[in-house]
Design a protein around this ligand. Structure first.
Ligand code: PCA
Length: 203
């Protein structure tokens, strides 16, 4: 069966949970939309995350890749349109805090997602889940892995759909700390299922 690689991230900064970690663990080895989902959790570490992810792609030879990350200040599920060649952020979990660094020295300024982001967003909204396309994945780890992977796929001549989706925090995460209310965990999980099904309709 065709494999889909699904990644999430470990917790980072002040966030004691990262819903993407739990979600990808729940989907591991499940069949969704005709794909066998293979899940991996990435470290929030500039020196290790993209390297590990590229290794996972080599090991599992997926025909599609969906990367997930938490956007704690967003109130919608947001498929990302673009990743830029910049690391510029607060500390990762190993204390690296790059300033204006290229991800790939001399690499292209940016890569577009090769996922059907418009269809995914429409499908989410039709299913009652607040969603919109995001035009910036930031300049932290999520942008870093999205850019690094799209660059690596191009270098390898591997033409598989790949891209990143940010999810909002869970309701529990926002209870005491936020001006806005997060999503029920089950809605975030449903979103991921809808996103995978949209991709399977395309294949
Ligand atoms: N979100 C962060 C990094 C890990 C995660 O889940 C980001 O948006 O870059």
């Amino acid at each position: 069966m065709s494999k889909l690689l699904l990644t999430g991230f470990e917790p980072f900064l002040e966030h004691r949970h990262n819903p993407t970690e739990q979600i990808v663990r729940e989907f591991d080895e499940e069949v969704v939309g005709g794909f066998e989902v293979i899940s991996r959790v990435l470290p929030v570490d500039y020196e290790r995350a993209s390297e590990m992810l590229i290794e996972y792609i080599e090991q599992c030879e997926p025909i599609a890749l969906i990367m997930l990350g938490l956007a704690a200040d967003r109130t919608k599920v947001t498929p990302e349109r673009i990743a830029i060649n910049v690391n510029d952020s607060v500390e990762d979990n190993s204390g690296n805090a790059p300033v204006d660094q290229p991800i790939v020295e001399g690499g292209p300024a940016a890569y577009f997602s090769t996922l059907p982001i418009k269809k995914m967003t429409d499908a989410l909204v039709q299913n009652g889940i607040p969603a919109e396309i995001s035009n910036t994945a930031g300049t932290y780890l999520c942008n870093n892995v999205m850019y690094s992977v799209l660059y690596a796929l191009e270098q390898k001549g591997l033409d598989i759909p790949a891209g990143f989706v940010h999810v909002p925090p869970t309701f529990e995460m926002t209870l005491h700390h936020s001006a806005h209310t997060g999503f029920p965990f089950t809605s975030i999980r449903d979103s991921v299922r809808i996103i995978i099904n949209t991709l399977s309709d395309e294949e």
